[in-house]
Design a binder for this molecule. Structure first.
Ligand code: PLP
Length: 420
């Protein structure tokens, strides 16, 4: 590729690397998944408030066994999973919960919905997960819990975060919504001994055909509280009819058996998909690493990434000098999308700046310099473009990135307002 005249770029009317923007191709539904769902429809047992073994109980057992933890409780989605986990630990009004400034908004909304206040810690510039130093700096007399997020499929630094939490007597609830199959020091995310929550929302590495969530714990009493909380505060026992007695203020946060059966069937293929994704992403990143000014997502020693989202950080001053960084990022993303690579921005602002959360924030807007910098200088590729057979597709994405990189000198001619 000579990259001489800008006209070769799809953004300027040239031939795109891919014929059109690569389509969303996740989750993958097999005959086994269909049969699992059908068997629930035929059983007529749709919710988990029934006596006898249900598809929800079977999923709970298999996920607990997969992780090697004592208990798993199925709930309606990953946000509710965090809410119920915090409530089961007694977190509520007057408490502060430290969350990372870079994560999905549901992490902080769950804190708000239990009546506590989210406090935001900055992230590490390499892993994008919660900085243990920033966590330590944000602790006050009201801090009750810390909610590290295994963002993009990479575990947070649980050793350092756990150390800070122990020193201050904090509850640790791990948000593992994006990290099914990830490991830290050989331990699967969710199996570290803390309470951990997962999302089964259809975009996740372990999906359902809709919405769902799981909470895992080694603490039986906590798990029993969670079961009550998802079921109006009632205790459902297999050996007697439902009594309709509420022992605590609960919610209707049940997981449906259809959703659970679909996920149980997907779970059979989680390891296979995880291995395929790791091979595909490994080959993809190996091609992109040599490109000047582009920092690929990394897998630090001792970590096994689940590659839910790939975040690329660009040194725009070096790559597109003379352009304002926001304009440079938008131009690069437009060029890549025109070639057929569906890059996105995952999170447009530090969490505290979300319009819904801003009125509750008491921290200075300058509290998260790394988060702000990462958001300003990065673009992402999301899991829905990383299905297990995406190896060839990812190689085409690598072609697209290499092509755009070969045109960097002339690319500014296509910047908005560049006089074309
Ligand atoms: C990090 C993180 N936390 C929480 C959630 C919430 O999960 P759900 O969408 O199932 O409510 C998500 C989902 O996208 C997430 O990515």
């Amino acid at each position: 590729m000579d990259g001489g005249s800008v006209g070769g770029l799809a953004l300027a009317g040239g031939e795109p690397v891919l014929g059109s923007l690569a389509p969303v191709d996740w989750p993958r539904t097999t005959d086994a998944d269909r049969a699992a769902v059908l068997s629930v429809l035929e059983s007529n047992v749709f919710v988990s408030d029934r006596a006898g073994e249900t598809a929800v109980e079977r999923l709970e057992r298999s996920w607990a066994d997969y992780l090697g933890v004592r208990r798993c409780v199925g709930v309606s989605n990953g946000t509710t999973a965090i809410e119920l986990a915090l409530l089961a630990h007694g977190v509520g009004p007057g408490d502060e919960v430290v969350v990372p400034a870079l994560t999905f908004v549901g992490t902080a909304m769950a804190v708000v919905h239990v009546g506590a206040t989210p406090v935001y810690a900055d992230v590490d510039p390499v892993t994008f997960t919660m900085s243990p130093d920033s966590l330590a700096a944000e602790i006050t007399g009201r801090t009750r819990a810390v909610l590290p997020v295994h963002l993009h499929g990479l575990s947070a630094d649980l050793d350092a975060i756990g150390e800070v939490a122990r020193r201050h007597g904090l509850v640790v609830v791990e948000d593992a919504a994006q990290a099914h199959g990830a490991r830290h020091r050989g331990v699967l995310s969710g199996a570290s001994g803390n309470t951990a929550t997962f999302s089964l929302q259809m975009t996740k590495n372990l999906p359902t055909c809709g919405e769902g969530g799981l909470v895992v714990t080694d603490d039986d009493r906590l798990a029993d509280r969670l079961v009550q909380l998802r079921q109006f505060g009632e205790t459902i026992r297999p050996d007697r009819p439902r009594r309709y007695v509420s022992h605590r203020l609960g919610f209707n946060a049940k997981l449906s058996n259809v959703q659970a059966a679909y996920t149980s069937s997907q779970l059979e293929r989680l390891d296979e998909y995880h291995a395929a994704r790791r091979a595909n992403v490994g080959a993809f990143l190996a091609r992109l690493r040599p490109l000047e000014g582009l920092t690929c997502p990394s897998e630090p020693d001792g970590y096994e990434h689940a590659w839910h989202i790939l975040r690329f950080v660009v040194d725009f001053e070096r790559v597109l000098p003379g352009l304002e960084p926001g304009a440079a990022r938008n131009l690069l993303m437009r060029a890549l999308r025109a070639e057929g690579m569906p890059v996105t921005r995952y999170q447009m602002m530090p969490l505290a700046d979300q319009p819904a959360l801003r009125p509750l924030n008491r921290q200075s807007p300058a509290s998260w310099p790394v988060t702000q910098d990462v958001i300003d200088r990065s673009f992402t590729l999301q899991q829905r473009q990383l299905p297990p057979d995406a190896g060839p597709l990812l190689q085409s994405f690598a072609d697209a990135v290499e092509k755009v990189w070969s045109y960097l000198k002339v690319l500014p001619e296509l910047a908005e307002g560049a006089g074309r």
